[in-house]
Write a protein that binds this ligand. Sequence first.
Ligand code: UDP
Length: 357
Amino acid sequence: MKKIVTVIGARPQFIKAATISRAFKKFPVKEVIVHTGQHFDKNMSDIFFSEMQIPLPDYNLDINSLSHGAMTGKMLEAIEEILFSEKPEAVMVYGDTNSTLAGALAARKLNIPVVHVEAGLRSFNNNMPEEINRIITDRISSLLLCPSDTAVKNLHNEGFENFDTIIVKNGDVMFDASLFYSPIAKTKSNIINSLNLNEFVLATVHRQENTDNIDNLKQIINALNTINKSVEVVVPLHPRTKNIIQKHDIRPDFKIIEPVGYFDMITLQQNCNLILTDSGGVQKEAFFFKKPCVTLRNETEWTELLEHGCNMLAGHDTESIINAYETMNNKNINFGANLYGNGDAADIAAEHIFNLL
Ligand code: UDP
C-alpha cells in the first residue's frame, strides 16, 4: 500500500484535511498525519478532530508559540526525522502556514514529492508571512491543487508551465466541507439559542498585520464598536488577538466569545446579516452561505469575490470599515457564480494524488 504523510498544524488546515482524508478512504492509500502543534488550544485544535471525525494524528510535535524562524526550523528538523522513518511516497501540505512550509521543505530536501493543497494563491504582499510560505511551497511542489481560476492564472503568470510541476484546478475543499457538514451542524449546533442571538453581524480578526499593529487593531475595534450600536456584533476571538487586547487593556463594547468549533462557526455564518473578517477561509464561507463580506485588509487572495461584488476591501481604517459595512449591508448581491467547484474538490484531489504516488 502506498503511503502519504500529511502535515497539518493550524485550524483552517484541520478543516481542509477533513475533506481529503475522507476522500482517501476510496483509495488503497495509508495516510500518516503529523500535527505540528502550531495551534494547540482545545477549541483551536481538538474540537475539529472530534467534530469533523478527522483521523487522530500519528505524530504530535507540540511546536508552538515561537518566532517564525524558530518555529519553522524546529518543525523542519522534527518532520525530517519522521520522513526518514516513515519513507512515504509523497508529503501533503495545506494552505500557507509555517507548518506548510516546514513540511514542504523537509520533504523536498529528501526528494519526496510534495502535494500542495490550496496552491497558487497570492496577495502580492510580501510583508505577509503567509505569502512567503505560499510562494516557496508552490515552487518546490510536484502537484499543485488550485482552488480557483485566479490561482491557476497566478501560477501561469509566474512561469510555472516551465517547471516540472502538475497544476490542477480541483476546486475548493472548504466548499466541500461547507456542503458536507452543514446538515450535521444543523442538528448539533445550538449557538444561536445559547447566545440568545437575533439580528447580528459576525466578525473575526487575527491576521498579523491587524494584531501586531496596535493602531490597526484599535481602528478595527472602533469600527466594530460603532456598528454594534445599530446591530449586535459577535466576535469569536482568536487567542493571538485576545492576548493583545488584554495586554493593552482594550475593552470592546461588542460580544466577544471564545473561538468556536466548525459546527458553531458555520451556524453563526448562516444566521448572521453580514461578515467582517481578515480571514481567508471566512471570506469564502461568507460567499458559500450567501452573506455580504467586508474584508479587513487592503488586499485579498480571493479576488474573484471582489469581481463578483460579494466582498469589499476596507483595510483597517475605522471610517472606511464603517462605509464598506453600510455599502455591503444595503447592496443587492448575486451569489450565483460557480467560483470554487462543485463540492467534489477533495475527490478530484485524492485521485490526482493517488496517480502521483
Ligand atoms: N473558524 C472556526 N471557529 C472560529 C473561527 C473560525 O471554526 O472561531 C473556521 C472558519 O469557519 C474557517 C476557518 O476556521 O473554516 C478559518 O480559519 P482562520 O480564520 O483561522 O484562518 P485563515 O482562513 O485566515 O487562514
